[in-house]
Design a protein around this ligand. Structure first.
Ligand code: SF4
Length: 291
């Protein structure tokens, strides 16, 4: 088996992307706190244009005062807006969650619907929110939530040139197994936050470099992590710049889940502060093409 490259067909590249990201982010999941589908629905609606951490700060007080659709539907608009003020757009969000509470109460007997087509009829609930709720609260893989990280990473990896989230979702649904529809969002968001930022993506620290046309355009001819490891296995030493120095601190199984050797290699280069020398010690022979 040969390793997929940036020029491989999308299906095999996506398989490799998911494999590497699952190894890199084994605990990837939503950062929003919730105990029920209703709580998750409210949290996701509040998370627009703010961070999950910020949402987690306001939901305890909000849900303590208005724990269910019934109480929230009857709540005072100004009081709800005050409780969620720090998430931004507090007036619009207060109207939306109160409207959704009323709709869930009237049309779905107070139960958050389990179908994407029903969820998107609720005020302020789009496909992204619906997919997150279905995947994380009900374990139903009915859509792929496409946020800015997912959109950017999908484009950079060359799977599409679309910028419309709905069209990007369709592209992803063609490539991602149904059972991974929720996971792919968490993986792409984790990678977008840690490595593939909108500005200055850290391509030289990236487990996807060898699969990524955009990364290779930015850093043509630079060794990918797997290439660096191949140098190591061949007994050569290799010096990294401070830019890619962080690479060294990643456990090697992050890059190659079946890696049989030591979990980290390398040492600080004391003669040249800021640079690190990697040397191959005790690295077993290894079939790089099968990685
Ligand atoms: S190689 Fe660069 S552009 Fe490609 S996924 Fe990694 S960080 Fe993003």
């Amino acid at each position: 088996m040969t390793s997929p490259t940036a020029a491989s067909p999308p299906q095999s590249r996506m398989r490799a992307v998911l494999r590497r990201l699952r190894a890199a982010y084994p605990d990837a999941q939503t950062a929003l706190d919730f105990d029920s589908p209703w709580e998750l629905l409210i949290a996701v609606m509040l998370s627009a244009q703010t961070t999950d951490a910020r949402v987690n700060m306001v939901t305890p007080a909000l849900l303590a005062r208005y724990p269910d659709p019934e109480s929230l539907a009857a709540a005072d608009q100004d009081d709800v807006a005050r409780l969620i003020f720090t998430t931004g757009f507090h007036n619009q969000k207060a109207r939306a969650i109160r409207g959704t509470a009323a709709a869930v109460l009237e049309r779905y007997h107070g139960e958050v619907p389990r179908r994407l087509d029903d969820l998107v009829t609720l005020p302020g609930v789009g496909r992204k929110t619906a997919a997150v709720v279905l995947g994380n609260a009900y374990g139903r893989q009915q859509g792929i939530a496409v946020d800015t990280h997912v959109l950017l990473l999908t484009r950079r990896l060359g799977f599409t040139e679309e910028i419309d989230p709905v069209k990007v979702e369709r592209v992803l649904q063609e490539l991602v197994p149904r059972s991974r529809c929720t996971l792919v969002t968490h993986l792409f968001i984790s990678h977008g936050r840690a490595i593939c930022m909108a500005r200055n993506p850290r391509c030289l620290d990236c487990v996807l470099y060898s699969l990524c046309p955009d990364g290779q355009r930015r850093y043509p001819g630079r060794p990918a992590p797997t290439q660096m490891l191949a140098y190591l296995a061949s007994g050569e030493s290799f010096t990294t710049s401070p830019v890619c120095g962080a690479w060294m601190n990643w456990p090697l199984p992050t890059y190659i889940p079946t890696w049989p050797g030591p979990t980290t290699v390398g040492s600080k280069n004391t003669r040249s502060p800021g640079m690190r020398s990697l040397t191959a010690t005790g690295v077993p022979s290894w079939n790089w093409n099968a990685a």
